[in-house]
Design a protein around this ligand. Sequence first.
Ligand SMILES: NC(=O)c1ccc[n+]([C@@H]2O[C@H](COP(=O)([O-])OP(=O)(O)OC[C@H]3O[C@@H](n4cnc5c(N)ncnc54)[C@H](O)[C@@H]3O)[C@@H](O)[C@H]2O)c1
Length: 442
Amino acid sequence: MLFTSNRHSMAPEKTAVIGLGYVGIPLSALLASRGYDVVGIDLLEDRVAQINRGKLPLKGDEPGLGDMLSRAVKRGKLRATTSYDACRDRTVIFVCVDTPIDADKRPDYSRLEEAVAGIGRSMQRGTMVVVESTLAPGTMLGIVTRTLERESGLKLGKDFKLAHCPERVMPGRLLYNITTYDRVIGALDKQTASRAKAIYSKLTKGKLHTTDLTTAEIVKTAENAYRDVQIAFANEVALVSEKLGADAFEVRRLVNTCPFRDMHIPGAGVGGHCLPKDPWLLVQSGKASSPRLIPTARAVNDSMPFHVVDLAVDALRAAGRSVEDSVIAVMGASFLQDSGDPRNSPSIPVIESLKCAEGLRVHDPYLDKIAGVSTLKDAKKALAGADLAIFMVSHKAYKTLTPATLKKLMRTPIVVDGRNLFDTEKMRRAGMIYRGVGKKVI
Ligand SMILES: NC(=O)c1ccc[n+]([C@@H]2O[C@H](COP(=O)([O-])OP(=O)(O)OC[C@H]3O[C@@H](n4cnc5c(N)ncnc54)[C@H](O)[C@@H]3O)[C@@H](O)[C@H]2O)c1
């Protein structure tokens, strides 16, 4: 079952995974659990050492992944290293390095190029390189091909094959998504498509859709740009609803009673490694285009943490206070509930904007530090004696907090809700001063 459909050989595929982060770790563990021999390669020595001890180096709740990883290491199916020499005897090499954007919102290819150059220097003839990282359209047939050919002296098509199977995972659901979601496989040719399908059919119960390399690149960046635009739309409706004294969540519920409508949930901002940059990868891929909608959506979503700060200032003023004479608790620092991923977290601009407070506390069960501030791990300790609590993330630790508990714990009962955690009427009845994204002012 692990044999390649590559017509040159019927030997089992030997795999390598470059980049052992949110994407590369679940892929490595899953490949190993399906019987493949896997070498993981990362630049971070600590991460490599931790994996070789069978320990998951990701924070946050990742159901099933820790056990799968430790079993894979124990059974000798997965080992990690910092050396690209390990690619020499591999037949399939997956690339899962991070692909950020630079300060001008253009693709930063440095890590990808370094990874692909490392592969090129050590790969053998017949290798299939599968890039799972998200790419600006044109990257597979551009930088990836050029770098592999230059470093290996081999020719694409004749000597090695390329596929692009962008990942659809999300922190908190890494194993679930990777084993159940449909996958899009962009491949150089039909033979490569079936060779890649032979592997992915063992990883996911979802359907496998094959296409060309560039289409797969556009699909991945478009699916995240689509989500970003949808969230921006919901955020814009939230801002309008607030101004008109309506509740955006009630508006959303009623909008979605109309067929073919699926309004998203507004909130305190969009973070993570992917959504803030994938729309830029789509529109800034180097080809001339004049994007308007997608950059505007990005600007709306980037403005939401500052809107939260405005709500905080307004709520403090309603209680006769200011930021400077208040103790403020920012509740939640990761970009997503119950995840330890702080990348592009909307909490960062909020914390930075409120550093002039008399006291600033940040609570997060999964992170030790953010924006230079050490976090508290106990929600009730963070709230005790505070004048204002700003809920930025819907961690499960907050689900048991009631308006009455907040009122009892806090010095001044002010809450700004960025994630629709509380009911407006219940907060009013408990005597709280309550503001929130998309919420009616009471
Ligand atoms: N995080 C997600 O939920 C998610 C979901 C879908 C797609 N993606 C995409 O997958 C890719 C990886 O994202 P991630 O979140 O796993 O990133 P990550 O930062 O968690 O992991 C990347 C890993 O690659 C390593 N690395 C960087 N350069 C390297 C090199 N030259 N050689 C070896 N290792 C190197 C880093 O040390 C790090 O451990 C990105 O393109 C991202 O857009 C991520």
